[in-house]
Design a protein around this ligand. Sequence first.
Ligand code: ATP
Ligand code: MG
Length: 718
Amino acid sequence: MSTPALPQSADQILAALDPEQREVAANPSGPMCVLAGAGTGKTRAITHRIAYGVHSGAYVPPRVLAVTFTARAAGEMRTRLRDLGVAGVQARTFHSAALRQLHYFWPQAIGGAAPEILGHKAPAVGEAAARVGMRLDRSELRDVAAEIEWSKVSLLTPETYPEAARAARREPPGMDPTAMARLISTYEDVKGERGVIDFEDVLLLTVGILEEREDIAATVRSQYRHFVVDEYQDVNALQQRLLDLWLGGRGDICVVGDPAQTIYSFTGATPEHLLRFGRTHPGAETVRLVRNYRSTPAVLGLANRLLTDPSGGRRHGSVELVAQREGDSSASRPRLTALDDDPAEAAWVAERIGELVEQGRPLREIAVLFRTNGQSEGFESALTDAGIPYLVRGGERFFSRKEVREAVLLLRGAARTDDGSKPLPALVEDVLGGMGWQPEAPAGSGAVRARWESLKALVDLAGRLAANHPQARLPELVGELDERAAAQHAPDVEGVTLASLHAAKGLEWDVVFLAGCSDGLLPIVMAEGAEEIEEERRLMYVGVTRARDVLHLSWSRARTPGARASRRVSRFLDQTSGILGEGARSQPKGSRSRSRGRLKGARPRSCKGCGSELVTAAERASGRCANCPPGYDEATFERLRAWRLAVSRAASVPAFVVFTDATLEAIAEAEPGGQRELSAISGVGPRKLSLYADQVLAVVAGADPDEVVRSASGDPEA
Ligand code: ATP
Ligand code: MG
């Protein structure tokens, strides 16, 4: 899968693409929109578009601005472009591109130096809250900061926030939208008094300058003529505004994205800009890619299944991905493993990784992905115990590691006396030698090895810098390190990648462990309502589609050892039991005797989900506390209802004559696997059994309800 070394001609660049990708690359001017699924080569197509543009003479490299989602993705894009023989193209995040322009134009537009950027909002939010007489705890501070971010990227002001927040059904933490607006306005005051700006201000101020200063806008527009934007499904209103200003009505833009991978809606992003692109850019060409080059057919089978709805349709407008790779589906089948508790799950993952390493799988080709950053710690300690080096993506941790801070300090000191007499990499090795670092990797335990790998990453970075910029010396290396630290762009460290699903987007590994596949973690417990749950489903889809060869899903029944096994497997896996086995059912068949007892017996007093005491009558009727999801799989229930509707229509009888709601719920909860189990459910007598047993069992097993009814009625179309 490696890119051929430095293609010389524009034709060679096109030769590495399939026909649709070539369409993207070979037409490097004019508005273009690439709407495509995971791993279909979107990022590849746009890097080749840039390379083709440069090699064919259509582009001058410094006139190209490629916008990507993370600093790491921007770095990756620069590497890919270099491999295609292209240097000098700007590949940046919206934030880093804006920051650069802000610094450059601030003296001219405002005067003096650009203000300092707040590292964290929490202290300023805390002060603002105190001023308006609110006491917020740590998690509320974080939620308020996130709400402020949503408001700013949605281009709202304290005046327009309340109405927009209500319309978007936002729930500011513990306060109404009007109070939140007051807090936002006070927060802005606090920042102003301190003379600092925040992360969103970088874009807002750049937008302000470009809107007000025609001369500066003209300078920026003559600098950048050609634009590409990756991961465009997750663009927010503020970023879109900035992009519009950069373009200034010109049409030389190519956007690529996958609506099914929209995972930042809660922060204010929306796939609407991607979906509307054809309408907002007259004459735009739309290209669709469906061939997936990344994953084995078995991994794709699961990915496709995740986005199939119970009636067989596609969710989120996704198209079924078509595997281009060969592979024995049974050998590389994704597997689901249930463990007793979180530490056991982490230990299990570490043990499997240990085996992979023994089989010769490189560490950098393995990733452990999870829903929240908080889950990282358990895996970090399990890997440390197993002596396996790792790096954490999407955290600032690389640059806050003790050895890295120490090394940067030493390099900074040495930069002052760098007389250029030694090659840069050798000089860096010397400096780090002062910390006891040696080119030879140490044998053995985790911490020592991890320290060595961090420093090795700095040496490698120096090597790459020297190779690309032969004049670069220590001051340039220190500058690069500072820039990376600010952008949280850790260099490649040899180690297993630990990453949240959000941080994993756009990336790929040979082996992926998708951990914490249980309800409450994925979907996360805070997700409420269909839209938020669907975003969680897309997150799982992003996770699954990161794997090239091997995919392990896992979950644990309890959080801590010895605790009650109250968790259940993720509801998103409900329709995957055909691939992952019975363990993928969130309501295992084995549980039906218990549930039957409950259905027939007195109303339960404790929640069947978590065991807590049931307080209200409604809770006792359903047998679940307000926090626990229903006992039956909603998808199964909906399928049963659709089946009942079809049957009742065909027989021209009211639906309840077929089965009552209560019986359907009981069937959905019990998920009977055969006639005997079905007959044990109240409301299923001998007559109903002889009429409907086969159909009901087929629907429970996942069959399409309409088809079941059609084939039962002998319709030849079935
Ligand atoms: P994502 O949706 O995850 O961002 P993507 O659509 O951007 O994925 P890429 O990362 O560009 O996909 O490509 C996925 C993998 O498939 C990469 O390893 C890439 O090199 C490979 N690939 C893409 N197109 C081709 C091709 N035409 N021939 C060979 N390999 C390809
Ligand atoms: Mg991509």
